[in-house]
Design a protein. Structure first.
Length: 302
């Protein structure tokens, strides 16, 4: 497989932010960048298309603007641009088959409100066989790094330490692909990995009781032991990555959103299962995508 990061482009501010984030990620991975823009012919062009241009010419101009912007910021990066006539979902899913990671834009709201995940992004996330990262409009290189005093030039930003990478972990169904993605990201960033595990206290009839017993402090201690045991082989594989764990009672989505506000990346999983109602991303991942305070990576797993 090619060492390649792909990004979807549609001319919006959020897709431009996604393209620049994908460029930085490609550089971190030593990979090339593919920019994909899908356009569809209509009998009557959209109002956003200038009257003197065809839809394809407008699509090409959109792509040229994004390529020019990314190339100006990262002159040493190999960039491949691809215009596709047809469905955006199909074009992006085809691109991810030849990529390590697909990056898409999501419209950011204010404060902790996070993302508005559009129908294209949501369908791609739900069907992609490889990780997909969502980036909100306005996300910049400085947002990935720790706060700095005023007066720092753009050239100095890469030397500033990265914010932590956050991983949402379910010890009942730990997944190698998900955990490895988070550890690899923290290693590339040269930063710490903050692992979040939230749990519910077993009910009186034991309906929510899994592999551990006890209540109150005993149950919390058992949950912490389960987290440490799950992470132990990965800490040994990635000795340079500093790991902290936060284990708490409550909703996993709430804990993840809270941690994401000070992170460079939040990593969540999606189970690759198909049902009669179609493919789903799961309630915790869905909530994290809609409210995360930083870019979010969704890793598919069995």
């Amino acid at each position: 497989m090619l060492q390649q990061v792909s990004a979807g482009v549609d001319g919006s501010a959020e897709s431009l932010a996604a393209a620049h984030w994908a460029a930085r990620e490609a550089l971190r991975r030593g990979a090339s960048l593919r920019l994909v823009h899908a356009w569809t012919w209509h009998p009557r062009a959209a109002s956003s298309v200038p009257a003197d241009l065809s839809e394809r010419d407008w699509a090409q101009q959109t792509m040229d603007r994004v390529v020019g912007s990314v190339r100006a910021a990262h002159p040493g990066l190999r960039i491949v641009d691809q215009l596709v006539s047809g469905s955006a979902v199909d074009a992006l899913l085809a691109a991810v088959e030849e990529s390590e990671l697909l990056v898409l834009g999501s419209r950011g709201l204010s404060g902790v409100a996070g993302f508005l995940v559009g129908s294209v992004s949501q369908r791609v996330v739900a069907r992609s066989p490889r990780p997909v990262a969502l980036v909100r409009a306005g996300e910049t290189a400085a947002d990935e790094h720790l706060p700095t005093p005023g007066g720092v030039s753009p050239e100095e930003i890469p030397a500033i330490p990265y914010r932590d990478v956050v991983l949402g972990l379910d010890t009942r169904r730990p997944c190698d692909e998900l955990i490895e993605f988070a550890f690899e990201a923290a290693r590339r960033y040269g930063t710490a990995l903050h692992v979040i595990h939230a749990f519910s206290v077993p009910s009186a009839d034991g309906a929510d009781l899994h592999a551990v017993t006890g209540t109150g402090p005993e149950f919390l201690a058992a949950q912490k032991r389960a987290v440490i045991a799950t992470l132990r082989p990965w800490c040994e594989k990635f000795p340079a990555v500093s790991v902290t764990e936060t284990v708490s009672e409550g909703r996993a989505a709430t804990a993840l959103v809270r941690a994401s506000s000070g992170a460079s990346l939040v990593v969540v999983g999606r189970r690759t299962r198909d049902g009669h109602l179609g493919t789903h991303i799961g309630p915790v991942t869905h909530a994290a995508l809609h409210h995360a305070g930083c870019p979010a990576a969704v890793v598919p797993h069995a």
